[in-house]
Design a protein around this ligand. Structure first.
Ligand SMILES: [Zn+2]
Ligand SMILES: [Zn+2]
Length: 365
């Protein structure tokens, strides 16, 4: 693995100039969204900061599932893991993880495709079940991350304290979890005016507490009814609610920490984003993060042959079902100039191949 922690690496302040606003890659993703009127520049963060109570609540939602994850080993060894629990946990992991990858990230943040109204709402609900904050907050934070990636202003760069091993260790911890407790709140008015103007999504965002309760209680109810026992409800709650949420949290956070520190730079980027193959399946393709920063609106992140990207495959199926359209599939001509290594490796399926100039492209896969 080619670690980027070389001693000559510049600190974040000098890594990259601030990138252009997310408009190019993250513009309104609904056809009905009206153009946003230009106003005076808004600050990146809201004037009102997160209070102690809110930070304590985040601590509970982060800490309790994590304790469950730590306890999972002994519990699995001794008692209380049945195949019902495994099935329910895997299904809820897939629904909430794909809700983050396809929904919160590729659709809501980057507009990689357009969706029908029911599917848009379904993606918003599914992502909310991951307990990673309301959709509007998630999108605002992530657009701010792309605007400043690994430079000053990035809400979660592992390079924020410098590039020597001590600073990087501290930075990794901050990028993984510490940033969640930052008092600054990313401005939604500045970073996601498109979704703030969408009644459905404001409603999904506001329903966050109800959907979190559903995400935690539904597995218990299903486990209880399936086995017709209280013990079935308790073990399903432990595995498919607590352990599943904690595990998905760490996978998502690893994109911010590990995928900005270790891995391969296969495409040219101005930041430290890297492709990490061993996280690809667990993250549904999100760990092809180097390509993602090189081409943020691209619907498939694992663009090279053999790079498994489950979310992209699902988007393809949804396109065939008519639930999504105008998908921004990888474009050979667009990506050609961004390759830095492994040029011999072909682009994978779902790519628009350049045939005779950019005007004539055909889609394969
Ligand atoms: Zn992104
Ligand atoms: Zn990133």
């Amino acid at each position: 693995m080619a670690a980027s922690a070389d001693p000559t690496a510049a600190t974040i302040a000098t890594l990259a100039p601030p990138q252009p606003p997310p408009a190019a890659g993250t513009g309104p993703a609904t056809p009905a969204a009206a153009p946003i009127p230009r106003r005076a520049p808004r600050p990146d963060v809201e004037p009102e900061q997160n209070g102690t109570a809110e930070r304590a609540l985040i601590g509970v939602f982060v800490g309790v599932p994590m304790l469950a994850l730590l306890a999972a080993g002994p519990v699995a060894w001794g008692w209380g893991l049945g195949w019902h629990d495994i099935v329910i946990a895997v299904v809820f992991y897939a629904i909430s993880g794909l809700g983050i990858s396809m929904g919160f990230h590729r659709y809501f943040t980057h507009g990689s495709f357009k969706a029908t109204r029911p599917f848009k709402i379904a993606l918003g609900v599914a992502g909310t079940l991951a307990v990673e904050g309301p959709v509007l907050t998630w999108v605002a934070d992530h657009r701010r991350h792309h605007k400043y990636s690994d430079a000053e202003g990035d809400p979660h760069s592992p390079w924020r304290y410098g590039s020597d091993w001590k600073a990087l260790a501290k930075g990794l911890a901050f990028a993984h979890m510490g940033w969640l407790f930052d008092r600054n709140r990313t401005s939604k008015e500045k970073f996601c005016p498109d979704w703030l103007a969408d009644d459905d999504i404001r409603w999904v965002s506001r329903l966050f507490p109800v959907l979190v309760a559903a995400s935690l209680l539904a597995p218990a109810a299903i486990g209880g009814l399936w086995s017709m026992s209280w013990q079935g409800a308790v073990t399903a709650f432990f595995w498919a609610s607590l352990v599943r949420v904690a595990f998905l949290h760490h996978v998502t956070w690893s994109i911010n920490s590990i995928c900005h520190t270790f891995g391969k730079e296969e495409f040219e980027v101005r930041d430290k984003s890297r492709n990490v193959n061993w996280l690809a399946i667990l993250s549904f393709g999100e760990s092809w993060h180097n390509l993602h920063h090189a081409d943020p609106t691209c619907a498939r992140h694992g663009v090279l042959r053999g790079q498994i990207d489950i979310a992209a495959r699902l988007i393809r199926w949804c396109e065939k079902l008519g639930w999504v359209r105008d998908v921004r599939w990888p474009d050979e001509a667009r990506l050609a100039g961004k390759r830095v290594t492994g040029r011999s490796r072909q682009l994978g399926s779902m790519t628009k191949r350049a045939v005779a100039g950019p005007a004539a492209t055909r889609e394969v896969g």
